[in-house]
Structure formats: C-alpha cells, structure tokens
Ligand binder design. Structure first.
Ligand code: GLN
Length: 483
C-alpha cells in the first residue's frame, strides 16, 4: 500500500479498494517503524490524521470526489499549523504552537488531504544538507551515511522512503529541487507569487516559495493544484487563474525548444552527472524536442549575490524573535538587552547566527551600496539573462546539483563549500522563475537530478515535460533498499 503514488491512491479511494483511514493507519505504522533510522519528522499528528481521514471517507461516501480527498501528506515544519508545534527546525520555536493555519495548510485540508505530521528541516530553512536542524540531521534513505539535501530534507527523505506519497516543501535557493535530486524525487518550485506565503515562516521573503515534493510529475501536479492560487493575505501573491495542471501532462513535446546553457558544464560539475544530463537530453530529443546551446553569462555572479540578499532579508525577518513576543526566552533576564541577547543567542543555532550577522553587516549604513545594492543589480542581470534565453527556447535544462549527496558532516566545517553546491538552483529564485528537478540516474548508488526551468507561470509546461520523460524512463520508480 505504501508504494502507491497520489494518483494511484486517488483511484483506489474512488474505486473503494481501501479507505483513507486504512491507508493512514498503514502509513503511521510504517513511520513508527522506519523513521527512527531517518529522523524525517519533527512532530507526528496521529489524532488529527485519523480525524481527517475519517472525515474524508465520510465526504466520499456522500458522493464527493477529488484527487486530494483522503490523500496522506505532511507539511514542512515552517508552515503554520493551528494548535500544533511549528518549530522551523529551531530551538527558538520549539515551544511555538501556531495560532492559525498557513494558507497552504488550510487549502490542502479543505481539499481533504490528511496531515500525518510536520517534517524536519534546516533551521529557518538555511542549509542544503538538513544538518542545521535543532532536532538533529536527517539521513538519506539511499545511503544512511549521506545527507538528504536541504532545507526540505525531512519531506524528501520521508517521501523517498515511501513513508508517505508526497509532502509540502519550500524553496528559497533550491530547497525543493536539491533534496528532490538527492533522494530521487520530483520537486517543483513554482513561480514567485503562485503559492501563498501567508503562514509560511519567512527566511528571505523575496525568494521564498512553497511547492510540492513527490515521486512523479503527475503527483506534483495534483499537490500543486491544491496549493496554488491568489491569497489576499499575501501582498506578493499573484491574482492569475490557476490552470488545470493535470490536463496538460499529456501534451506532445514535438518541436519543444530546449536550451542547454554552456556555462552549466564547467569544471565544478561531476563528469558522471554531466553524462546523465546528456542522456536525459537525448531522451527528450527522441520525444520530439529540439536542443539548442544557450548562454547565461551572469550565472557566475549568482552565488555571491544570493548569499548577500538572502541573509539580508533573513536578518530583518528574524529580528521578530526577540524573547518578548513568542519563542524561546532566556531564564532570569537581568535587563532588556540581556533578554534580547541571551534569548537570541540560546535560541538560534550557529548557521542562523552567521547569516544574521552577514545580513546585518550587508545592510549597515556604510556597506549598503557596496553589498546589498550591488547584489540587487546582479539579481537584475541574472533575470535579464533568462529573459533573453526564453526569447530563443521554451525550457532550460541542466543538472540540479554539481555533485550527488555528500556524506553527513562532510561540509560542516566549511559553510562556503556548501553554498557553492547551490550554483544551479539559486538563479531561478533570484529571477522568480519556476523550476523542477526530476530523477535522471545514479552515481555510486546515489540519485542524480535533472533541472528544468520555464518562463513565469509555466509550471504546467514543466510538469508536462517531466511527465513525458517519466513515461519513457524508469529512474523515478527506483526504490531505496530497506524501504
Ligand atoms: N541552500 C540555500 C540556503 O541555505 C537554499 C535554502 C533554501 O532554499 N531554503 O540558503
């Protein structure tokens, strides 16, 4: 039962082969048995799950239908869930029970999805390895000595290990696509503004975007359908109609123009990954796509720009955690300043503190022009590169990551080494574009992802290309041994 995709679950529920309650119990038992190896959950919500499953079964018995009605999912632990701990992977919010549901959580619940729990993540979504969580590192089900990627590592490990079919995640600089690549999943970062950020605890507000993590493009379409849409509570949410993402999955790829940027195949890319990416290009060519070499000349500047902008926004967003309003408060403060200093010093981990310091420095009066303003100018150049490329091609294709999942602890002493691994993912966030990662093969038994980028609001096109690719390849069906 645990092998089923969301699409298969929807069919099984509609055909009354099993109930949502039965399925939910099977998956909760599987989580209890297997998750101790992975640490992919911060909180389990068994009571809520069983209550939601029973309600979904009752709605189906009354004639209602819907792809998410009775479907088990989990939420990354930065989506606020009313009355349930919403920790953001931090000691700072270990005691925080959200007073309301995030829009994404409310929308999925209304569609009948069943919440099994809240998944582990890098603290405040800062990281690419899921090692900065206050609740401990998450292990990669493909090799327990390796990281699952981050920051949505808990969602990724849980779905890859077949503990559940799909989960929500967020992507500020790659945190949906990179863990998808590291765990053999399909993950979609939507266009900025497509999915409401209301109730999604902010890391870098101009880059953050929620999206689905699942095993197939077909399932990403189902989950995105439940997440996307205008929300008056989020001033950056876009008031555009949401297309039917499942309807375009079967469009032909005949004549589709795919651009492959020459800058992607530089020295930093593992040659074995380069070969797998070339194989995926050939596969899409067989399906009718036309391949063209393109150039993204400012790509090399994206990492330094991102690692100024994201910490700058984080330093501002995280100033609300001061020990006064909510979250961790130090024992016995001697003064207001002592309260601020010790609450924040005790509540935030090392990576979060590093980013707050970098961000505050970049925004300080004497350095603003040299760092923050310069980074914003680079951001525009990165966007302009994409706009020029999309005049020539419909989709941009390349690797999701330069290397496969590294060993736990391998990059802990050198944060910049981890930042460099984000080279292929962060440009889409800087430009606000949608991007998808899908399975493309294995290196040393570890999964490799291929990334597709599209113009604004063309999530349907990305899902279409990925679905056609998955109808003709079987990488996404491989299961990690032991799960
Ligand atoms: N690795 C990137 C960072 O640490 C991206 C994280 C994310 O997308 N949330 O900022």
């Amino acid at each position: 039962m645990h092998q089923m995709t969301l699409a298969e679950i929807a069919r099984g529920l509609a055909d009354k082969k099993f109930s949502s309650e039965e399925l939910t119990k099977v998956l909760l038992a599987r989580i209890a048995q297997l998750d101790p190896q992975l640490n992919s959950f911060i909180s389990l919500t068994e009571d809520l799950a069983l209550q939601q499953a029973k309600a979904a079964d009752a709605r189906r018995a009354n004639g209602e239908s819907g792809a998410l009605l009775g479907a088990p999912i989990a939420h990354k632990d930065l989506f606020c869930t009313q009355g349930i701990r919403t920790s953001c992977g931090s000691k700072m919010l270990d005691n925080f029970k959200a007073p309301y549901d995030a829009t994404v959580v409310a929308k999925l619940a209304a569609a009948g999805a069943v919440t099994l729990g809240k998944t582990n993540m890098d603290e405040f979504a800062m990281g690419s390895a899921n090692e900065s969580s206050y609740y401990g590192a998450v292990k990669n089900p493909w090799n327990l000595e390796h990281v699952p990627g981050g920051s949505s590592g808990g969602s990724a490990a849980a779905v890859a290990a077949r503990l559940l079919p799909a989960a929500t995640a967020t992507d500020t600089g790659g945190s949906i696509r990179q863990p998808a690549a590291f765990t053999n999943l399909t993950g979609l970062k939507p266009t900025y503004g497509r999915v409401s950020r209301w109730g999604m605890i902010a890391y870098a507000s101009s880059l953050d975007q929620g999206g689905p993590l699942a095993r197939t493009a077909e399932d990403c379409a189902i989950l995105l359908q439940g997440m996307a849409g205008f929300d008056a509570n989020d001033s950056t949410s876009i008031d555009e109609p949401v297309p039917d993402y499942s309807a375009s999955l079967n469009s032909s790829l005949q004549g589709l123009r795919i651009g492959v940027p020459k800058e992607y195949f530089s020295a930093g890319l593992d040659p074995r990954i380069a070969e797998l990416i070339h194989n995926s290009v050939k596969e899409l060519e067989k399906l009718g796509a036309v391949i063209k070499e393109i150039s993204l000349p400012n790509m090399q500047h994206a990492i330094p720009a991102y690692y100024v902008i994201a910490p700058a926004e984080a330093s501002s967003n995280l100033s609300r955690f001061d020990g006064v309003r909510f979250g961790h408060r130090c024992e016995d403060p001697k003064s207001l300043e002592d309260l601020y200093k010790r609450s924040r010093g005790e509540g935030f981990g090392a990576e979060v503190q590093r980013r707050i310091m970098v961000g505050a420095y970049a925004l300080s009066a004497g350095y603003y022009d040299a760092y923050y303003l310069k980074a914003q100018k680079i951001r525009r150049l990165v966007k302009n590169d994409f706009m020029a490329a999309f005049n020539e091609v419909d989709i941009i294709l390349g690797p999701t990551t330069p290397n496969p999942a590294w060993k736990l602890g391998a990059k802990n002493s050198d944060p910049v080494a981890a930042y460099l691994e984000d080279v292929y993912t962060i440009t889409a966030n800087l430009a606000g574009l949608p991007g998808l990662s899908m399975p493309a093969g294995f290196v040393d038994g570890l999964p490799v992802g291929v990334q597709l980028l599209a113009p604004y609001f063309q999530e349907g096109r990305l899902l279409n290309v990925a679905h056609q690719y998955q109808l003709n390849t079987d990488w996404h069906t491989r299961t990690p041994t032991g799960f």
